[in-house]
Design a protein around this ligand. Structure first.
Ligand code: PMV
Length: 340
C-alpha cells in the first residue's frame, strides 16, 4: 500500500519545441491528452519550475508566493487525483500543499505549463511513494503522466534534446518522450526574444481544438509532421546546424499557417514578432551571426544559434524596435527529485 511518505521537491526545466506539436488526436480518451503529431524540443537551462508537494490538512496551491484559487488551482488538484489513481495508491488521496516557484520571466506570456506540470508530476510522485518511477531509465510512466497535465510537459522530464513520438496505440502506450543522445554535447543557445508583456490570449487546448475542427490546412500539418521530426533528429545526430534550423523554421511557419487558417483566425504575433523574424533572416543573408527562428502560441520569438555567435546576435536583436529583453539560454538538465 502506498502512503504519502514525505514531502518532495522537484525541479523541471522548461522546453521549446524545434519541431512543433499542435493538435490532439481525435477519437481517443481526452484524459490521455494524446498529441496528433510528435515533437522535438530543447530543454532550457535557466527557465525552470521548482515545486514542493507535502501532505497537509487541506489542498492548497501557492505560486510565486501567492495563494492560487479557482480554475488553475482546480487543475493542479485534479492532476494530483489523477496521479494518485494512476499510481494505484489505495485509500483516499491525502490533502496536499503544493508550493511552486517559476524561474521564468514573470508574466511574459511564455508557456510555463511544460516545466510546471513536469515538476508537479515528479514532486507528487515523490510524495505519494512513487519515486521509484524516476529510476526507470525510460521515465515512461512519469512522462505519460506529465503529458496528461500538458502535452509539452512530457518533454520536460529530460535535459538536452527530446523527441516525443505521437504513437498510434489507443491507450497511448507508444506515445513516448525520449532524450536524443548526442555523441558529444552540442553547444547551442536559444535566444528568447521578448516582444510583449502579459499573458497569452488563447490557451493552447482551445486553439488546438479550433484548428482541428476548422483549419483546412490541419490535415496537411498532421500528415507532414513525421518527416520534419525525422529530418530534425537526423540533423541533430549529424550536428548539421543549418539543416536543423531549416526544418525548425519550416515546422514553425507551417504551424502558424495552420493557426492562421483557423476560424476565427489564431494570430499570436504582433508587429515586433515580424520585425525580429525579418532581422534574423537579414542577418543570415548578409553573412552576420546565423540564427533560425521559432515561435509558439504567443508573440515572442526564440532564435537558435551557435554559442559563440549568441552575444552578437542577442545584441542585434535587442536593438529591434519593440523588443523588451533578449535572454540567452543554454540546453538544460534532466528534471530531478529530492525527498525532504
Ligand atoms: O503543451 P501545451 O498544451 O502547452 O501546448 C504546446 C504547444 C506549442 O507550444 C505551441 C508547441 C509545442 O510543441 O510546445
Amino acid at each position: 500500500m502506498n502512503q504519502p511518505v514525505t514531502a518532495a521537491l522537484a525541479t523541471a526545466h522548461s522546453n521549446i519545441a524545434l519541431v512543433k506539436y499542435w493538435g490532439k488526436r481525435a477519437g481517443c480518451d481526452p484524459e490521455l491528452n494524446l498529441p496528433a503529431v510528435g515533437s522535438l524540443s530543447m530543454t532550457l537551462d535557466e527557465l525552470r519550475t521548482v515545486t514542493r508537494v507535502a501532505p497537509a490538512s487541506a489542498d492548497r496551491f501557492e505560486l510565486d508566493g501567492e495563494e492560487v484559487e479557482g480554475k488553475p488551482a482546480a487543475k493542479v488538484f485534479a492532476h494530483l487525483d489523477r496521479l494518485w489513481r494512476l499510481g494505484a495508491c489505495s485509500g483516499p488521496r491525502p490533502r496536499c500543499a503544493v508550493v511552486s516557484t517559476n524561474h521564468l520571466p514573470t508574466a511574459a506570456g511564455l508557456a510555463s505549463s511544460a516545466s510546471g506540470f513536469a515538476a508537479l508530476t515528479i514532486a507528487a510522485a515523490g510524495c505519494f511513494g512513487l519515486a521509484e518511477q524516476l529510476d526507470d531509465p525510460t521515465r515512461a510512466r512519469l512522462s505519460a503522466w506529465a503529458r496528461m497535465g500538458s502535452g509539452s510537459a512530457a518533454r520536460s522530464l529530460w535535459g538536452g534534446f527530446v523527441r516525443l513520438d505521437a504513437g498510434t496505440a489507443d491507450d497511448g502506450s507508444d506515445c513516448r518522450a525520449r532524450p536524443l543522445p548526442s555523441p558529444r554535447p552540442w553547444d547551442l543557445r536559444l535566444l528568447v526574444v521578448h516582444t510583449a508583456r502579459g499573458a497569452k490570449q488563447v490557451g493552447s487546448t482551445g486553439g488546438m481544438e479550433s484548428s482541428r475542427l476548422t483549419s483546412p490546412y490541419y490535415p496537411a500539418w498532421v500528415e507532414s509532421s513525421a518527416a520534419d521530426l525525422d529530418a530534425a533528429e537526423a540533423a541533430l545526430r549529424a550536428r548539421a546546424f543549418d539543416q536543423l534550423g531549416e526544418v525548425m523554421e519550416h515546422s514553425c511557419f507551417k504551424m502558424h499557417a495552420c493557426m492562421l487558417a483557423t476560424r476565427p483566425a489564431l494570430m499570436y504575433w504582433n508587429g515586433a514578432t515580424l520585425e525580429v523574424i525579418r532581422a534574423v533572416w537579414q542577418l543570415r543573408e548578409a553573412g552576420g551571426p546565423v540564427g533560425y527562428v521559432t515561435s509558439d502560441a504567443g508573440p515572442h520569438v526564440k532564435v537558435l544559434c551557435r554559442a559563440e555567435q549568441a552575444p552578437a546576435l542577442a545584441a542585434e536583436l535587442a536593438a529591434v524596435a519593440g523588443v523588451h529583453e533578449v535572454q540567452r539560454v543554454a540546453p538544460g538538465p534532466d528534471a530531478s527529485l529530492e525527498l525532504t
